[in-house]
Ligand binder design. Sequence first.
Ligand code: GDP
Ligand code: IMO
Ligand code: MG
Length: 421
Amino acid sequence: MVDILLGLQWGDEGKGKIVDVLAPDYEVVARFQGGPNAGHTLEFNGFKHVLHQIPSGVFRPDCLNIIGNGVVLDPIIFKKEIDGLGKYNLDLKKNLVISKKTAIIIPTHRLLDAAYEKAKGAAKIGSTLKGIGPAYSDKVARQGLRLGDIVSPNFEEKYKSLVEKHTQILDFYQFEYDLAEAEKDFFAAVEFLKEFNLQDTEYVVNQSLKDGQKILAEGAQGSLLDIDFGSYPFVTSSNTTAAGVCSGLGVAPNTIGEVYGIFKAYCTRVGSGPFPTELDNDLGEKIRQEGREFGATTGRPRRTGWLDLPALKYSIMLNGVTKLVMMKVDVLNFLDEINVCTHYRLPDGTVTEQMPFDLTDIEVEPIYTTFKGWKCSLEGMRSFKQIPTELADYVNYLEKTLEVPISFISTGPDREEIILR
Ligand code: GDP
Ligand code: IMO
Ligand code: MG
């Protein structure tokens, strides 16, 4: 079976931590979309490590990690990541397999990202500037490079032809750049990549399924950043929802088992775009500080706000979530009262539970229900029986409204700080 774990909000829900927690139950952990825009944080034995392109199963020795065809991979960042993992003595030439069909991010993709954002001015997406949009655009335009191409004798030729297309656009935008250094790093990283296990990973995953193994598909970003269903155009360029697993790994829909949907007990968003429950005030700042809400990839402060149930229900519906994972509950320990948005009031007065098509253009007013805070530390709590009544009330309410069981509650960044229900 392929189980899926993915974010139900705008990313950074804590996917890395939970993949690491669940990984011992799986033979394979696989990334199916996204790329170095992701930053997945794992904490264990006093170590804190952020992964960008490498699946979060790497710290579990018996786990095979796969970078699927749906991913866009930056060789330069890949090399840096592998170097950064050196101190852990992992056997990544054995435990990591990369799809030959994975799209390659080349240095000019990053430049294009920057040029497009600059041209948008105040309307910018707030991209991580890792070249994600331009790399996926080239894939869809049928002119991109794929990892399997790096061993081809005319790889450099293909590369140059693509760069030429990109520089024409950069010149049109009058975007200044110096490619020499980045190209040197790029070709060195491409050589480095040749030492890794490149495969047609759709065969690897399907053989593994035939052998009765369990696969965990690790989502990046969040459902509200999905290219089709997110707050377009303030989204990323891939299908971050469950549907992306089939196309991003080459598995059939009937192989999908559990869908773990992960959400924070509040909301965050990094980058531009609508955020109905945003707290653009002192309380929002306090949550940012308590939750250390600063981007794991870019270091940018994350916008913070109350939990948004219309948005969460939408994500649960799109993904067919079977189990919920509730994160960062400890961050709310300090609050006297906790608000949860249950509905939106539209400018014409209509009250709705649905995500409006024009959310990016209209102001919606969130309608809140208020809960009493628990006002105590959750440290050391490992069972649902130990948690304060106010928190239990909050969790029970969410389960009932969302109609999906909350199977895990996370109370801190460490691997061990988790309550199983
Ligand atoms: P991801 O992109 O979904 O993997 O999430 P990030 O790693 O970008 O952001 C989640 C942040 O929250 C990281 O700094 C984690 O170490 C931290 N974290 C994860 N779970 C918890 C939790 O339950 N409580 C607290 N306080 N921090 C957590
Ligand atoms: P993880 O996997 C949070 C956001 C960016 C921007 C938009 C488009 O760590 O949850 P892109 O670089 O894809 O062109 O950016 O998406 N974004 C993320 N926000 N977590 C992420 O990944 C993100 N990846 C992209 O901030 O708003
Ligand atoms: Mg992140």
